[in-house]
Design a protein around this ligand. Structure first.
Ligand SMILES: Cc1ncc(COP(=O)(O)O)c(C=O)c1O
Length: 310
């Protein structure tokens, strides 16, 4: 599975495919029959999806604005996002929210709004492959923060150096380790960021995937630090919505919304109406509607791996 070549690092090889496996590809080639593709994970949609979508579609033509909507997001959805943060103990005003096309688009805008070209942007290693891709595609330098040992200490230590222009981190069920940064770790991270003036870009995509029902720590915001929380509905309601957002200070949200006009003019209103209809079901503890499905899948994978090992 692992091929090491001196000077060119390591390549992961699947047993039955001739070439290297790319972690995320926009246009994947056909896989050999019988292959299970584990590079992208999707979860079952929310049980109310079809009904909510039908209701949203039925009223679309009554819209007096004929589909024209603010690029930042329709007010109905923005209000629901603010209410969701209020449930998690973080008061938020609509001016602090910019709705984006999924979390990745939000990450891209956030990185560009707080750093300059060539800046050093820290991110966890190992991490979600698209995070490093976002940083390098924006012509910033991705600085790996090694989290193999003590995750919290590694993040706090890296931010405390003051050498990073920003850090893009996943404290909520980190991809790929699944680790959750506790409340104390968050408070220390925020203090280090405030002291060194390092903006924190916090990817909360997985905050709603708390299938074991752990006590949910507060969002990673406050303590005098500049934070940009990146939200997404992909892992909580339905991946097909392609809805995410950035929650930050009003000033940064203004800057971000100007930047986004050079990228796109907003997320399709139909998806936003569906998201607004489903968001009230997202609870503060982050336990997903499909937690039994996740728990059964985990059980199956864990048992199969143990059997293979024996
Ligand atoms: C940590 C993390 N961030 C972002 C994403 C992608 O989010 P979105 O579909 O909202 O762009 C994923 C998807 O797996 C993820 O694991």
């Amino acid at each position: 599975m692992l091929r090491t070549r001196q000077g060119s690092g390591r390549t992961v090889l699947a047993p039955s495919t001739p070439g290297p496996v790319e972690s995320l590809t926009a246009r994947p080639g056909a896989l050999p029959p019988g292959t299970v593709d584990l590079r992208a994970t999707v979860l079952p949609p929310h049980p109310d999806l079809a009904r909510t979508a039908a209701e949203a579609a039925a009223h679309l033509a009554e819209d007096p604005a004929w589909g024209r909507a603010p690029a930042d997001g329709i007010p109905k959805l923005v209000e629901q996002i603010c209410a969701y943060y209020a449930r998690r103990g973080l008061p938020t005003s609509p001016r602090q929210i910019v709705v984006t096309s999924g979390a990745v688009s939000g990450l891209h805008l956030a990185v560009r709004s707080v750093t300059a070209m060539g800046a050093q942007v820290g991110t966890e290693n190992p991490g979600y492959p698209n995070t490093a891709r976002v940083i390098t595609a924006s012509r910033r330098r991705a600085v790996p923060i090694d989290v193999a040992e003590d995750h919290a200490e590694a993040l706090i230590g890296a931010v405390a150096t003051g050498r990073l222009s920003a850090a893009v981190l996943i404290p909520d069920f980190h991809n790929p380790t699944g680790r959750l940064l506790d409340g104390e770790g968050r408070a220390r991270l925020l203090r280090a960021a405030a002291r060194t003036g390092t903006p924190l870009i916090i990817d909360e995509t997985l905050s709603g995937i708390n299938w074991r029902g752990l006590p949910a720590p507060p969002p990673t915001a406050g303590g005098g630090a500049s934070t940009l929380l990146i939200g997404s509905l992909s892992k909580s309601l339905w991946a097909g919505l392609r809805i995410g957002w950035v929650r930050t200070s009003e000033e940064l949200a203004d800057a971000l919304s100007h930047l986004r006009l050079g990228v796109d003019l907003g997320v399709p209103p139909l998806e936003q109406h569906i998201a607004a209809g489903l968001l009230p079901t997202m609870t503060a503890d982050g336990v997903p509607h499909c937690h039994e499905h996740i728990s059964d899948s985990w059980e199956l994978v864990a048992t199969t791996l143990t059997e293979l090992e024996e």
